[in-house]
Design a protein around this ligand. Sequence first.
Ligand code: HT7
Ligand code: ZN
Length: 867
Amino acid sequence: TPLIHRSDYQPLAYRITEIALDVHLDPENTEVSARLHFLRQNPEPVKEIHLDGEGLELLEIRRDGQLLSENSYVVNGAGLTLLNPEADFVLETRVRIHPAANSALSGLYHAGGQFLTQCEAEGFRRITYYQDRPDCLAKFTVTLHGPKDTCPVLLANGNCVAQGEDAQGFHWARWEDPYPKPAYLFAMVGGDLAAMRDTFTTQSGRQVALEIYVAERDLGACSQAMESLKRAMRWDEEVYGREYDLDRYMIVATDSFNMGAMENKGLNIFNSKYVLASPETATDTDYQGIESVIAHEYFHNWTGNRVTLRDWFQLSLKEGLTVFRDQEFSADMNSRGVQRIGDVRRLRAAQFPEDAGPLAHPVRPDAYSEINNFYTATVYEKGAELVRMLHTLLGKEGFRRGTDLYFERHDGHAVTIEDFVEALEDANHTDLSRFRTWYAQAGTPLVKAQGVYDPKAHTYTLTLSQSTPATPGQAHKEPVPIPVRMALINTQGEKTALDSRGDREKVLVLEEATQTWTFTEQPDPVIPSLLRGFSAPVRLENPLDDQSRSFLACVDDDPFNRWESTQELALQALLAGTQNPGTVQHFPDALERALAATLQDGAMDPAFRAELLSLPSEDYVGEQMAVIAVDAIHQARDALLSQIGHHFHDTWLNLYHDLAGAYARDGLSIGRRRLRNMALSYLVYSDRHREDDMTLHARQQYVQADNMTDRLAAFQLLVQHPLHDAEDILMDFYQKWQDYPLVIDKWFAIQAMAPRADALRHVQHLLVHSAFDWKVPNRVRAVLGAFTVNHTVFHAADGSGYAFFAEQIRRLDDINPQTAARLATPLSRWQRYDEVRQKAMIQALQLLAAKPHLSRDLAEVIQRAYP
Ligand code: HT7
Ligand code: ZN
């Protein structure tokens, strides 16, 4: 498939200053009339103008009111080319499209009885002919016509300026967006929706109407979304000085959506997973997801919408910055330490593997075939880490000076990552030249630390070195500036003074391949606490003995590093366990001490306590191995869970009983639930050493729970227990929640993740269940996405998991290529497995490559995975 290169960027020859759309909504045949005002940017004439267009049936075309003769334009599968255009002119087109047949969910689609749009990245060209690129900013006016019975609500961006009646049974509404915007931020919605309404008064005293549109029966489940929105609006005023700019902020929820949500100007469209929540149907994690996604989309209003992208290679300019902003918002709303641990867990689970495999790419990619494949953990999560490092290097005030200048300079423009970095530099009179390498270079740097304490000289000398492994297309790597936040901790567990000023924490910037720092006046031996708060997205090798790690796990005042020390001890135990699978595993003293200290510390925040007590995931353990030993990792982890459960059995039981309490939604209650459910999980694992049956506790909790967090925790333990018969529970759960799609997604996913002996057959059955629907991405992800993290089944040595999976992806590719391509990415990791599995994974990729009518999305993933 042809590649598009960043270096080929050309500015627009013509701007489109205004666009007026007239849309007659009909599920089968929607007609879209567009009136575009073109303005040439340079005096010299051009031979032609290309307008993007896909799957459009052209019905009529006029230039300055005159029907266009056939020799003045060309139409093909990629769009419409206008020949010998004037300096400025008005183009009118009328096209026909088919929303009900649009199962790709890009452009205008009809799903669940609603008309919805998704235009990022290149969906607008599936609605009308246009210069569908982010640097084409135009003022939009939209008139929507629809049937009154099925579409009483007609929405688009901006302000509703007029409405009225059409012929019998039809009505219309006209919307104007005063802010010029790229087409990817366009949205329209038609449907039978009810609104939860509220208001927000901005810092300058303007009143903004807030509206969340959902099905009538879901009106009671919008409070978390609404409260989160108001908190996000206030936070952006306080932390970034950014105020909302329209009189109305609308959110529409749908069950049919390819991603989490979309920041269309003034009219966000959301996957209902990130809007709807009630204690009975949503877990605490779901509630937190809503808070962060609502905030993320809101923050895009400034980072993405008011200041937008010049081209799609700059995607991280809006996504990395906005993820950083939503992470910081959540840190301010909840526990900062726990938030950071969660952010790093996600980075390591998704981005580190991506950066180490064939799909690795820089945060600012150099080339793509299908831009939808670049909404990646690298662009989002690593992009956010780069912004976080800039924040660390410039300090809070310096960073704010930089963003103020960025907004002032670039408001209303389509810009680049370079413009952002320059604004930070100029506002701080500093030079970030070397930092730019982070945006250009793929791969996760490895930092090695070496510390020497000199008891005679009372010095501690720290040497740090860095290297970045080669990635596809980038054999040679430059050093990057790595901020390493650090402290030295003495035998009393105190941070020592690092310099004559008495600073007890410092940010060292490792810029060269190797650098050394010497800290004087250290009268006692010290242990280094490095990369505090995970100050850079790197792998750190800090050769501490177990004793020192266990000590840090008990005393380090940096929450992230305290967690990291415990994780490292657990990781070493698990890696040791993989060496002798099946044998009784040694439970190291150092890990035992670290866990015991946490278990005994009743004063600690329970959410943080739960983090400290959880083991690294199978994925994370696998990442540390030369060859991922799928079964051995699973067995070692199960064995360690069961040992920890057994060893601390009475403590877990006490915790389980002591932490019971009435349901509430404050942070403390959420933490207590989390820790209590962790206790239950360890108790159930402890059964393998005991006579008593702890699944009875889980059954009782399942029945008695008054909230989804507790109910689902028990449900998951029972369904995923390799020996427990949970058929009755499965049926009960389905019957109770069959009318709640988001809950039924959980029902599917938990089954698809169950590492049982007959798991593959079970997943095959799920695909033919009456509630399974290939057209609803949430449902497909609940089964096929969850299946890929059921490691022992997906990676079964006989290749059955891969073969089954490839068959399903082939099928999905004809329905929804974006989702198919995204789901297929785990196959790209084939080089990390043993030879037998490698062969089977390659076979699965070949099966996909041979598919007739392979989409560009899936073709690109396969091509990069197995070039
Ligand atoms: N900016 C949004 C991206 C998005 C998207 C991209 C491709 C295809 C479908 C999509 N839906 C949403 C989401 C965000 O980062 O805020
Ligand atoms: Zn985003």
